[in-house]
Design a protein around this ligand. Structure first.
Ligand SMILES: Nc1ncnc2c1ncn2[C@@H]1O[C@H](COP(=O)(O)OP(=O)(O)OP(=O)(O)O)[C@@H](O)[C@H]1O
Ligand SMILES: [Mg+2]
Length: 378
């Protein structure tokens, strides 16, 4: 049987550009080349689609952060929407177009806005090209923490108590200080307990997230809301949940079939500076491999692990998930499970939680990728 030809996409306009490059490099190295032929397509930070760039196979986190660049020899990708799976071309220097040939599916290994938020998914829907992962609605809803919570709450899944603010009308010049009392009033009306977490609704990688510690300190709250407003005008103020952060990998290769959940895992911090009360931030998450390790299954009673798995599957269905998602939960001391957020294209390097969780549940990285691709070809 002929190999299936898969466009593997990486990079992109989001802040997670380099993480996507590492995720894709890892996936390309693990891809079953007896079954699939990969066509790597990069997206530069300013959104240009390219082929013939630097070979992602050479990229790894130890070598520093890779980026997709328009170096000499790189060709622009041109799409002919109406041609669908035959609609991918490379533009040569003389302007002529070289077809990729028939593309069986696309695997967008892209994180964040314009990759994980439904926009590129919509493009492939328009073209009629099968793609791995969640569709337009789930991608868009999960990119926006406010709407994720709306859908989850409607399905009866516990989420952190909180309010959503619209910062568009706030007084920017005063850095929101002029609105501080009004924001405080909303917080107390909602009965939110301190500490609070203030975060942009649409962001990722903990960008713009602030822990607000001091009850009654309107300036501290306003500063946190101002900080979040650099990332999105829609801002969540949540009650801080005193809990462990447990992540569960959900797999559903063919949309509509029953999703499966991995053993839940936990990021265990190994290195924490004296007196350091930082929550898991960008650096400890991606940049510092000595800072943490992944533990699957998380050290919790089996009953709790199973509750996380059930909740994760329910959450996946509630947002109309497909393909894959990592459901991030809070597990409190008394074993209650709340969903914090859903990542529809979770970190996908071989040492990321999603593949690690499946490996610990009996699905090897290579087979995981095969299942995901074959699911959209069926
Ligand atoms: N309500 C909350 N209670 C306790 N901790 C919280 C709460 N909200 C956020 N946090 C902490 O802040 C971190 C980042 O928040 P969150 O996961 O919502 O944002 P994010 O930017 O989407 O992060 P990422 O996409 O990288 O996981 C969480 O992992 C958690 O440690
Ligand atoms: Mg998170």
């Amino acid at each position: 049987m002929a190999k299936k030809r898969i466009v593997v996409m990486y990079g992109g306009k989001a802040d997670e550009h380099s993480i996507s490059c590492i995720s894709a490099a890892s996936a390309l190295r693990a891809l079953d080349t007896d079954k699939f032929e990969a066509i790597p397509v990069g997206i530069t930070k300013d959104g240009k689609w390219i082929v013939n760039g630097e070979n992602p196979l050479g990229w790894s986190l130890d070598e520093g952060l890779p980026t997709v660049e328009k170096t000499p020899g790189v060709k622009d990708v041109v799409l002919e929407v109406a041609l669908g799976q035959d609609g991918f071309f490379a533009r040569e220097d003389d302007g002529t177009l070289t077809p990729f040939g028939h593309v069986d599916a696309v695997f967008p290994v892209l994180h964040g806005p314009f990759g994980e938020d439904g926009t590129i998914q919509g493009l492939f829907e328009m073209m009629g090209v099968p793609y791995v992962g969640c569709g337009v609605l789930a991608s868009a809803a999960c990119m926006d923490k406010h709407y994720t919570k709306v859908l989850l709450a409607a399905a009866g899944i516990p989420v952190a108590p909180g309010i959503t603010l619209d910062a568009r009308s706030f007084d920017k010049a005063s850095e929101f200080k002029a609105n501080a009392d009004a924001i405080m009033a909303q917080v107390s009306e909602a009965g939110l307990q301190y500490p609070l977490f203030v975060k942009p609704s649409r962001a990722g990688s903990s960008f713009g997230v602030t822990k607000v510690e001091h009850e009654g300190d309107a300036a501290e709250l306003a500063a946190a809301v101002f900080e979040a407003s650099h990332h999105d005008w829609r801002i969540l103020v949540e009650q801080g949940i005193d809990a462990r952060e447990i992540e569960c990998a959900v797999l559903c290769p063919k949309a509509g079939e029953a999703p499966q959940a991995s053993w839940p895992g936990e990021i265990v911090l190994d290195k924490r500076a004296e007196g350091d009360d930082q929550f898991y931030d960008f650096d400890s998450k991606y940049m510092d491999s000595a800072a943490s390790h992944v533990e699957v299954p998380a050290n919790l009673p089996e009953e709790t692990l199973n509750l996380v798995r059930e909740t994760a599957k329910k959450a996946f269905v509630a947002v109309d998930g497909a393909g894959l998602s990592r459901v991030d939960t809070f597990v409190t001391k008394d074993g209650k499970v709340m969903v914090n957020e859903i990542n529809t294209m979770p970190g996908f390097t071989s040492i990321s939680m999603y593949p690690k969780a499946w490996e610990a549940t009996g699905v090897r990285y290579t087979d995981l990728i095969t299942k995901l691709i074959e699911g959209v070809l069926r």
